[in-house]
Design a protein around this ligand. Structure first.
Ligand SMILES: Nc1ncnc2c1ncn2[C@@H]1O[C@H](COP(=O)(O)OP(=O)(O)O)[C@@H](O)[C@H]1O
Ligand SMILES: [Mg+2]
Length: 155
């Protein structure tokens, strides 16, 4: 399934729908070139989970963790990872990122996470792959993992 957006806000709103659909323990690998809108999408996911704090790209710190309060599925933690510098599993492990993967009350979203698929498969951690393509200056195509269930039938 894919969704087309025409502005940053629309991408964030769609991310919000994805956030509302999360049940806990999911890992989302979010691919797409620099400037395609991954962070805009993640900001929506955080909103959809119920995080009021503004989510910014963790580019220089690898990872940011957010407390989730009042989530209807009892999700407690949101972990945002940006592996744009090149993925190194050892580095991720050292940063304490991997311990959250697959945790029942945690959702992990990895920008540029395509290289993690093998690790996740061998560790039996459920993950979904999303991809954003820039079609023109403001148009984006968001491809949603075929196994991901959106709560709202609107999209
Ligand atoms: N439809 C759209 N969806 C998302 N971002 C868009 C869209 N149209 C234009 N943009 C712009 O593209 C850029 C996306 O930046 P960002 O979310 O940081 O991307 P990434 O994290 O993939 O590098 C922003 O400057 C945003 O304003
Ligand atoms: Mg980004």
């Amino acid at each position: 399934m894919e969704v087309l957006t025409s502005s940053k806000d629309e991408t964030t709103i769609f991310g919000q729908e994805v956030g509302k659909s999360l049940k806990g323990s999911e890992v989302i690998l979010l691919n797409g070139d620099l400037g395609s809108g991954k962070t805009a999408f993640v900001q929506g996911v955080a909103k959809g989970l119920g995080i009021s704090k503004h989510v910014t790209s963790p580019t220089f710190v690898i990872m940011k963790k957010y407390k989730v309060r009042g989530n209807e599925n009892d999700i407690k933690k949101f972990v945002h990872i940006d592996t744009y510098r090149g993925l190194d599993i050892g580095e991720l492990a050292d940063s304490g990122a991997l311990e959250d993967f697959g945790d029942k009350k945690t959702v992990v979203l990895v920008e540029w996470g395509v290289g993690l698929g093998h690790y996740l498969k061998t560790h039996n951690i459920k993950f979904y792959t999303f991809k954003i393509d820039a079609l023109s200056r403001h148009k984006r195509r968001i491809m949603i993992d075929e196994n991901f269930e959106l709560k709202s039938k609107f999209f």
